[in-house]
Design a binder for this molecule. Structure first.
Ligand SMILES: [Zn+2]
Length: 519
């Protein structure tokens, strides 16, 4: 049977309710296509009728051929006191042409009586009528039991009656939702097991992450027998988000040995996670389990030494299984092994006995003593290793610079002049900026992009300043770490000086030099 656990993605509906997440209908189609080729079973596109963007998505979706996924449209049970066929909600869900209809309904008497202000029996009829109507229209129907766990703990008989009403009406799946995200794994496991023992229709799970238990609660439900997981990519969703499918999928495959997506998709997990972040314009979380940049990063010298011998000694899985990679962080804790592994990762061939290895290690230690830091500045380290090994010419030299700040009645204007030399040619440019570093960055890039057009795409994405020793007051050293991007790759560089402007210039020149040499 494939899959043993169905993945139901609700990134485009529940996920888009997260703060700062906004998808256009084009974004939604792109994400849906990615999810389809990854191999999830269901893609919930939105709530037809709730906004024009969702309707446009369904229009586009109806025209496409989906290879693996079924498209689901979301709505709620018919309204109270209304015949189902007269309810606008039903007209909209049919107009979406989605083959799957997902219906949310009430389990918790508190909600039935006080929010809906309906009689308990009326709620049961609302569930049954809606499901029966949509089944008669040929839809696959999934029933999302809102507040299933809170409702069950409050009144188990009534909760069960709502789920059984759905089953009797011919529903295809009953999905228990921890809507408020407040329940614990043991409660989830017990209630899911009870539901499974009383129902013959497959049971699914939909959790939220309010207690940091979104994934744990889902896992508890699966171990209790649930066979569908509803969640979102990267855990997007209201408040603290939904259950993160990017964690659930490898947990199912690698820890529980249950298939959820085609086996060949698992190494594309990191790519999927990054793709969705990119479309949502969210910075990829470096500490995200499984797929973050630091998920398999090693720093301690002892760990690094052991990893070099037997990777599994300090790693719970092979990072490549989910498309991630091992990283070795260079720090003053590190010895020669770190430098060797780092060099190999950056594409240099170094042997432990080579005299260059000793001189690079010594140079890194010396610079770290001066306040340089290479953990987030791998590009500066690559340049340092490259310089020692290849003795190559610098692609450009900065012969001089000048930065000035003028203030006119409260507004400041920063101006930077930079003189660069490339081979026998020189360029001299002036630029203004919001601040001195911004002006310097613009002037330097303008001067160089005449020689190297590729540098036009480079952008400074992050800039951090750390004062290293406050004892000497303004004469203290300043470390500047910058992150740059060309839209495809990101890299970090570092500069240290007593003067913040020249520390910044070092980091900026390293960044551009790195792009030219390793672009
Ligand atoms: Zn939800």
């Amino acid at each position: 049977m494939f899959p043993e656990v169905e993945i139901y993605d609700t990134t485009l509906r529940d996920g888009s309710q997260g703060e700062g997440i906004n998808f256009s209908s084009v974004d939604k189609v792109r994400i849906a296509e990615k999810l389809d080729s990854f191999g999830v079973k269901y893609i919930e596109g939105g709530w037809p009728g709730s906004n024009p963007k969702d309707m446009e998505f369904f229009k586009q979706a109806a025209r496409r051929k989906w290879r693996n996924a079924r498209i689901a449209a979301f709505t709620m049970t018919r309204r109270k006191g209304m015949a189902v066929e007269n309810d606008d909600l039903m007209r909209q869900i049919l107009a979406s042409k989605a083959p799957v209809a997902t219906i949310v309904g009430k389990t918790w008497l508190l909600h039935v009586l006080e929010v809906l202000r309906a009689k308990p029996d009326e709620n049961l009829a609302m569930i049954a009528d809606t499901i029966r109507y949509l089944k008669d229209q040929g839809k696959e129907v999934i029933y999302d039991a809102e507040h299933a766990f809170d409702g069950f703990l409050d009144d188990p008989d009534y909760a069960l009656a709502t789920w059984q009403a759905a089953e009797k009406a011919g529903v295809d799946r009953v999905v228990l939702c921890d809507t408020n995200g407040g329940r614990l794994p043991a409660e989830i496991a017990r209630i899911v097991a009870t539901a499974i023992s009383k129902l013959s229709v497959p049971v699914g799970i939909h959790t939220h992450n309010d207690c940091g238990l979104g994934v744990a609660n889902t896992l508890a439900a699966i171990e209790a027998g649930a066979t569908q997981v509803q969640g979102t990519i990267n855990g997007y969703g209201e408040r603290t988000g939904n259950c993160n499918l990017i964690s659930v999928i490898p947990l199912l495959h690698l820890k529980l040995k249950k298939t959820a997506v085609p086996q060949r998709s698992l190494p594309k997990l990191k790519e999927l996670s990054e793709f969705v972040d990119e479309i949502a314009n969210v910075r990829h979380d470096p500490r995200q389990p499984w797929v973050g940049e630091t998920a398999f990063a090693h720093k301690g010298g002892m760990h690094v030494h052991a990893i070099d011998r037997v990777a599994r000694s300090y790693e719970h899985i092979d990072p490549q299984a989910v498309g991630n990679h091992r990283r070795v962080l260079v720090s003053d804790m590190s010895g020669r092994t770190n430098i060797l592994m780092k060099a190999a990762e950056l594409g240099f061939k170094l042997t432990p006995e080579a005299p260059e290895t000793r001189s690079i290690t010594a140079e890194v230690k010396r610079l770290e003593g001066l306040g340089y830091e290479y953990e987030a500045a791998e590009a500066s380290l690559a340049l340092l290793i490259g310089k020692t090994l290849a003795h190559r010419e610098l692609p450009f030299n900065v012969d001089g610079y000048h930065v000035s700040i003028r203030n006119h009645g409260g507004t400041s204007v920063c101006e930077a002049t930079v003189k660069v030399r490339v081979g026998a040619k020189t360029a001299h440019t002036v630029a203004e900026g919001d601040g001195p570093v911004n002006a310097l960055d613009t002037a330097l890039r303008n001067a160089l992009s005449g020689f190297f057009p590729a540098l036009k795409k480079v952008r400074l994405t992050d800039y951090k300043v750390r004062i290293l020793d406050g004892v000497e007051g303004t004469a203290a050293k300043t470390r500047v770490l910058i992150a740059s991007s060309d839209g495809h790759r990101d890299w970090g560089t570092v500069g240290v000086d007593e003067n913040i402007i020249s520390a910044s210039l070092q980091a900026l020149s390293d960044s551009l030099e790195y792009r030219l040499l390793h672009g």
